[in-house]
Ligand binder design. Sequence first.
Ligand code: SAM
Length: 222
Amino acid sequence: MSSPAAAAARSRLVEDLVGSRYVQDPRVREAFLRVPRELFVPEPSRRDAYVDVPLPIGWGQTISAPSMIAIMLEEATVRSGERVLEVGSGSGYHAALLSCLAGPANVVTIERIPDLAARARQNLAQAGFEAVEVVVGDGSLGHPSRAPYDIILATAGAPRIPEPWAAQLAPAGRIVAPVGPRLHEQILLVARRRPDGTLEVREGTPCAFVPLVGAKAWPKPD
Ligand code: SAM
């Protein structure tokens, strides 16, 4: 349950994100106001849930800073009814925001660390987003069983856009993903599927994400 103090802190953070123009779309603003970030952040970082910083969520992973999430949601321009695949469930927070935009049953999120996927499922249920499907697997291969997707949004950095993602996009589907030659030093790419199946790719903002580890991404860490 979200406390009045948490709701007030959330509201202040959202107005800051609007003031700094990270959030421009009123639907994205509404989504940030609806999702209680404090329920997705484990102790002892919970007191910082409404500070605009990334926070540890266990298993060496992080929940991204709200401003970074806002940039990705603005780039994705998710419409109601669109089918969304998030790669990198982490805490489940970003998936909850996506479900506010696309509709609860339209979002599937994939996580490679089974314990983290279980935690994301738990967090989503506690926050009232149990319709979001959390699956365990290598998201660098996409998630063929629910394809095609209107949007594939990745929250871990790949060396390049994995080919299975392009193959699993619906016509005019979009990919929003951090990509770069170096770990933690990426550019947010925004790609759109052309009618011939190739991708039109635009470079967005520089960013720093944990690595996407998988068959079509970075090799497993030792
Ligand atoms: N979106 C998350 C949230 O809202 O808390 C934050 C995600 S965190 C920055 C990146 C996540 O990607 C980590 O949980 C990591 O385990 C996961 N990941 C890395 N490689 C993956 C892969 N191949 N498939 C699925 N998840 C992966």
